[in-house]
Design a protein around this ligand. Structure first.
Ligand SMILES: *Cc1c(COP(=O)(O)O)cnc(C)c1O
Length: 376
């Protein structure tokens, strides 16, 4: 048993297996593809797989830079890696400088106000790690306007020094769609920014950015989704190794006649005599209720005995019903495990079945699965 495994695995009906070896292989593959240092984005509990095990595995493999969203996540990452640079993407909220310094975290500064606050804190003699400067080249979300970034570089070099900036970065708005002309505009806008800060390392690529043509890698890339096995090139074969597998057990089997209504509010009606399996996983496990399969809409599925079987009726809190009519009888038994994520049900397929994206499936992974960490 791995130190990060759930202690009560025997009493859980669902199992989430996390392959930390595949996580490391994906991080190495993206770094090789970029030809430069790859950081690891481990926000949102490392996209659901667990921030402590992810940071432990990646830092053992040589990862020196991590990105999180919240200070609290930075503190968790710091608890398992004393040395790495840990950047907090959400930046400074008023009064947060001390906690950044205490845990040796680096804020990603996204406005003049944040820059001035951090510079004043450092001028006061605080011993703080270098910060990053975020320039917004498309999103209108966080970061300085490109013009503000250029102005800082050209006319206020003192402010950059005072704030101890060690990285300048921007973020893609649609890099998973290589045909979107917004990518080239962002690449050009960021090239100008990076050139205006000649002494500073720069960072632009998220996972999908690694697969864009004619996009420089600069000194650091910031993959997240691809590390966890998500496909950074949607619509094309997935270059990443799968990292997670989610299984749930069959609690009951029953045969129903054509015309039988199934589940809450009877939203699915059997069109033939059907064999149904009830599995112990529902929306309380982070599997979206939007994956319900009704008489008027398609939804999610499970792999049972090698066959992809559709859900029937609404996904309920703790239970989901699966149509196993087409599975050979010997393959479906009470207590058997079925696969919800893994094999043909990759993150993108699961996301589409729930009318969302693989990112949301990953980051919603439930808290009551037995977690098994393998491959380290
Ligand atoms: C989440 C995030 C990333 C990682 O993006 P992926 O698409 O998951 O690779 C990189 N940079 C920033 C600023 C982010 O918010």
């Amino acid at each position: 048993m791995n130190a990060f495994d759930t202690p009560d695995a025997e009493t859980c009906g669902t199992t989430l297996t996390i392959d930390l070896g595949a996580l490391i292989a994906n991080w190495r593959a993206l770094g090789e593809r970029a030809g430069t240092e790859a950081a690891a984005v481990v926000k949102a509990n490392a996209y659901g797989i667990g921030i402590e095990p992810a940071v432990t595995a990646l830092s053992r493999a040589g990862c020196r830079s991590f990105f999180v969203a919240h200070v609290s996540e930075g503190i968790r990452a710091r608890s398992v890696d004393r040395e790495a640079a840990i950047y907090v993407l959400n930046g400074l909220l008023p009064g947060q400088c001390d906690v950044y310094a205490q845990h040796e975290l680096s804020p990603v500064l996204g406005s003049h106000q944040e820059l001035l606050e951090w510079a004043a804190f450092r001028q006061g003699g605080a011993n703080a790690r270098p910060a990053a400067l975020h320039v917004d080249t498309a999103m209108n979300r966080l970061g300085l306007w490109p013009g503000e970034g250029l102005n800082l570089a050209r006319e206020k070099a003192g402010a950059i020094t005072a704030a101890g900036i060690g990285l300048v970065m921007s973020h893609f708005a649609s890099s998973e769609d290589e045909a979107d002309p917004a990518n080239d505009r962002q690449i050009a806008a960021f090239a100008e920014i990076a050139a205006a800060f000649p002494g500073l390392p720069a960072s632009l690529k998220n996972s999908s950015g690694h697969f864009l043509k004619d996009c420089p890698s600069y000194q650091l890339t910031r993959p997240g989704y691809g590390l966890y096995g998500g496909n950074p090139t949607p619509g094309k074969p997935n270059p990443m190794r799968p990292v997670i597998r989610l299984e749930a057990r069959i609690l009951q089997l029953r045969d129903v006649d054509a015309g039988t209504q199934v589940g809450y509010n009877g939203r699915w009606t059997a069109k033939r005599r059907s064999r149904l399996a009830t599995i112990c996983l529902g929306y309380a496990d982070g599997y979206p209720r939007n994956a319900s399969w009704t008489d008027t809409s398609t939804g999610g599925s499970a792999v049972v005995g090698g066959v992809i079987c559709p859900f029937v009726g609404t996904v309920s809190m703790d239970l989901t019903i699966v149509d196993v009519t087409d599975v050979p009888a010997a393959e479906v038994q009470r207590g058997a495990s079925v696969t919800l994520i893994g094999g043909p049900l990759d993150l993108e397929t699961v996301g589409a079945g729930a009318k969302t994206i693989g990112y949301e499936i990953l980051t919603s992974l439930g808290r009551r699965h037995a977690r098994r960490y393998v491959g380290l």
